[in-house]
Unconditional design. Sequence first.
Length: 276
Amino acid sequence: MSDAPFHVSVLDGLALVTIVGSGKGNALGGSFWDELRDFMEKARLRDDIRAIALTGEGGTFSVGMDLRWYVVRLRRAQRSRDPSFMDDDVRLLQQAVTAVADCPKPVVALVDGECTGAALELVSACDIRYATRHAHFTLPEAELGVVADLGGLQRLPLLINQGHLRELAFTGRTIDARRASQIGLVNDVFTDSGTLHRAARQLTDDLRRHPAHVMEGIKRTLDTVHQDGIRRGLDHCARWNSTHTGPEGLGQAMSARLRSPAQPGDTVRHGSTTAP
């Protein structure tokens, strides 16, 4: 059994990246972030890849950051008394998400089931978002006493209006696929994962009719006008969390969340605490 944080299959120009993560619910921890960044950098050089699709294993996109994994990192930082750890570490995670946004190949997110926190920030870095009717989305970082800092607050305003985004970020509420479609978070909603994946393959077939350099040119042209603002925003929220919350405060909040039992039907709590 492979310990890889995701599996990749390439067929007819589409690289399907299936997230497994480091814990239950495809939690995002361990080597996931480094390996995702490395894959995106290699994919740009592969002529057999015309598009990339990110999806999750087992009817869930991802429950978000693996809190158990991250709590261990925070405790190590506290023992080492490294004042720059949280700032530096967040920037490494930001680089992985930015690698998705910067990949010259079109990237589509295929969301089935839960998509919480860091997973939603990852989805916001994709070019196109498809979902099943079972998908639901949450941005619960405020409940941990931090500002979402992996790029969601910088990229989501390019997808949905400020009122909808502020409601999501301030409250940590969960929205379903229908609502996500209404506010522009997802491009389209499909019945099940089978039709979802067929839509991604149809999209790739459409893209293959056009030269690869044209696809890259479109993406670069659309992105250029926003890149400076995104970079400034990423830097600001990394410094804000490091200054106002810090490793000790975040570690305590995460530990408390892990000790709190998930409530039936409470996808915010369930999604942000599930880990091995």
